[in-house]
Design a protein around this ligand. Structure first.
Ligand SMILES: CC(C)(COP(=O)(O)OP(=O)(O)OC[C@H]1O[C@@H](n2cnc3c(N)ncnc32)[C@H](O)[C@@H]1OP(=O)(O)O)[C@@H](O)C(=O)NCCC(=O)NCCS
Length: 318
C-alpha cells in the first residue's frame, strides 16, 4: 500500500499542528496485510534499533513476537524510513480501543536533527491511521524525557488540562464471574451500533466522538478488541470500549445506564474487558478520566486502578 501524505490535513486538539509538507524518502511497510510475516533478519534489526534507545523501554523478548502478531492480524502499522538502504526511522502505531497510539518512534525525539527527519515518518503514521478511520492519536511520555515531550508538543500534541491518567497491571486476572444472572455481558455486535449511536454521544463524561462509531463498526468482529455491552431484558444498559496494541491495553469508554448504576454492572463489564485484554497479551491497561469525573475516579480506584504519576498522555486530533 502506498501512502500519500500530501492528503493529510491534520488539526490538533489543544494546539495548532503545522506539519510542513515534505517529500518522502522512506519505504513503508504497512502491516495491514493478513499473513504478512516480517522477515526474521528485518525483525532483529528493528528490535536492535529500538532497544538501543533506553527511553523507548522496548523489550525485544516480549515485544518482538507481539510485533509479528500485530503484523499478521493487520492491527497496526510498522513504518520504516530508509536512507541509502539503512533504516533511518521506525514508527509503530495502531488502533487502541477506538483511538490511535504511537508506541515506538525511532530515532527517539530529541536527537540531533531528528525533528526534521521525523516529520515525514509522522505524516505517514497520521495517514495510515486516518485510513483506519482513526481521528485521535495518543502518545504516552515519561515526564523525565523533556526533549521527547517538547518534540511531541512541537508537533501539536497536547495534554488536555484536568484529564487524569490511570493504570492497572494485568497480573492475576481471572476469567469473569458474572454475579448478575439477569444481566448478559457479551461482545458488541454490529446490530448494537445504532443503539450505541443514540446512547453514547449524550453521556457528557464520555466525550464520545461520532467518528468512533465507524471504528467500532470495523472492530466488532475483531477478537483483538475488547468491545462489550451489558444487556438486560433485551435492552443495552451498559457498554465498554477497549482494546490492545502490543503489550498495552486501554479502555476508551465505560458507561452504565443511569437507572442501572450501583449494581455492579460497570464492574462486570470491566472484569470481562480485563480478561479479554490479558488474553490478548496486554501487560497493563491505561485510561483517561475526563476532568472533574470524581465518581469515575472512585469507580476505577475500587477496581484496582491507580493514577500514574510522572507520565503524560498527549493527544492530537488528526
Ligand atoms: C462509572 C460507571 C460506569 C460505574 O458503573 P456502575 O455500574 O454504577 O458501577 P458498579 O456498580 O459496578 O460499581 C463498582 C464499584 O465502583 C465504585 N463506584 C461506582 N460508582 C461510584 C460512585 N458514583 N461514587 C463512588 N464510588 C463508586 C464503588 O466502590 C462500587 O462498588 P460498591 O457498589 O460495592 O461500593 C457509571 O457510573 C457511569 O456510566 N458513569 C457515567 C460515565 C462515566 O463516567 N464513565 C467513566 C468514564 S472514565
Amino acid at each position: 500500500m502506498q501512502h500519500t501524505p500530501s492528503t493529510i490535513t491534520p488539526a490538533s486538539t489543544c494546539g495548532q499542528l503545522s506539519l510542513p509538507r515534505l517529500p518522502l524518502c522512506k519505504t513503508s511497510l504497512p502491516l495491514d496485510q493478513i499473513d504478512y510475516e516480517i522477515p526474521k533478519t528485518l525483525l532483529q534489526e528493528i528490535c536492535q534499533l529500538l532497544e538501543s534507545a533506553p527511553q523507548l523501554c522496548f523489550d525485544a523478548r516480549t515485544e518482538a513476537p507481539l510485533l509479528q502478531d500485530i503484523s499478521k492480524r493487520g492491527a497496526g502499522e510498522l513504518l520504516l524510513q530508509r536512507s541509502f538502504g539503512a533504516i533511518a526511522g521506525i514508527a509503530i502505531a495502531g488502533s487502541y480501543g477506538v483511538r490511535g497510539i504511537v508506541t515506538h518512534f525511532w530515532p527517539p525525539p530529541g536527537g540531533l536533527g531528528s525533528e526534521l527527519s521525523s516529520i515525514p515518518l509522522l505524516q505517514n503514521v497520521l495517514h495510515a491511521l486516518r485510513e483506519r478511520g482513526i481521528r485521535r492519536l495518543h502518545v504516552l511520555v515519561n515526564d523525565q524525557n523533556k526533549s521527547t515531550l517538547q518534540f511531541w508538543r512541537g508537533l501539536g500534541f497536547a495534554e488536555c488540562p484536568g484529564e487524569r491518567l490511570m493504570q492497572r497491571h494485568l497480573i492475576g486476572i481471572q476469567p469473569p464471574q458474572h454475579p448478575h444472572p439477569e444481566i448478559d455481558i457479551r461482545r458488541l455486535r454490529s446490530a448494537d451500533l445504532d443503539t450505541l449511536a443514540e446512547l453514547l454521544p449524550s453521556v457528557p463524561e464520555l466525550a464520545f466522538q461520532p467518528w468512533e462509531l465507524e471504528v467500532l463498526r470495523d472492530g466488532c468482529e475483531d477478537s483483538g478488541r475488547a468491545y462489550f455491552v451489558a444487556e438486560h431484558a433485551g435492552q443495552i444498559v451498559g457498554a465498554l470500549i477497549g482494546g490492545t496494541f502490543g503489550i498495552r491495553g486501554t479502555i476508551s469508554h465505560t458507561w452504565v445506564s443511569a437507572t442501572c448504576r450501583g449494581r455492579g454492572i460497570g464492574a462486570s463489564l470491566v472484569e470481562a474487558a480485563l480478561h479479554q485484554l490479558r488474553e490478548n497479551n496486554a501487560k497493563s491497561v491505561h485510561l483517561m478520566l475526563t476532568p472533574g469525573n470524581d465518581a469515575a475516579y472512585q469507580f476505577w480506584s475500587a477496581l484496582g486502578f491507580q493514577e500514574i504519576p510522572g507520565e503524560t498522555f498527549l493527544e492530537l486530533d488528526i
